[in-house]
Ligand binder design. Sequence first.
Ligand code: SF4
Length: 275
Amino acid sequence: MTEYSFVQCKTALSLSKLPGLKYTLNPYVGCEHGCLYCYSPAVMRNAEMAEKWGKLVRAKDNIVDVLKEEVKKKRRGTVGVSTISDPYQPLEKQLELTLRCIGLLSANGFDVSIHTKSDLVLRDSFLINPPGFDVGVTITTADEYLAGKLEPKASKPDARASVLENFSTKKVETWIFFGPIIPEITDSEENIIKVVRMADRSKSRIIYDKLNLREGVLERMKPMLELEKPGLTKRMPDLARAKSRWWRRTVSKIESACKTFNVKCEPAFPEMNFA
Ligand code: SF4
């Protein structure tokens, strides 16, 4: 059972160091999607959140009012919605905080970059139009069984692909965050080709990234990894380290598949690109 509560926030827009984003906006603290590989709890440094990741969500009750004041004063720029929680996690269906925030941002001349794993974003399609908006979805695997294990409450991979096709038809810029790519779990040639084909069908570019073993991630993934591949947990830190042979080979496979299908792709962190 997920525990919901409300909190008051002091700011809505936070300055961002992420590429292409001037600000980030997170209407929720915590994320019910509860992805095993998520390293948001490590970024947040909140012990309770980390311990109950996926089971504890706090909605920023006053975020729309705070944002109303901020859009009057802050310099225009692109706002990433969201970066440490999913803006279209289940609670958004009732609360519509994301809906109201992106409406406000758009009406006040801010560009909005949406990143989600939920097809609930289609609800707001009436508002999400070019130019001003881009929409990205994370796809770790095209395999429903694996996605169900890794991202228990997110929309199924095909539903996420439909989100991209839908927005692409409206000429909204779309992208796939292909990651985290997990050694020996989601790195097969077959999976790479399927994800690249999803990008091809929806005219999306791909941003790819490997598993990031921030604090707590391996521990959360361990039961799943051991079920799928006994012994993999032990080898994981070496496989998933920056510039490992595994990552070098995987980057090369992705870049080559993207070339074949004429899909634009780029690493999330260019310093780890070996191609
Ligand atoms: S959807 Fe994103 S923020 Fe939410 S649990 Fe998954 S990886 Fe973390």
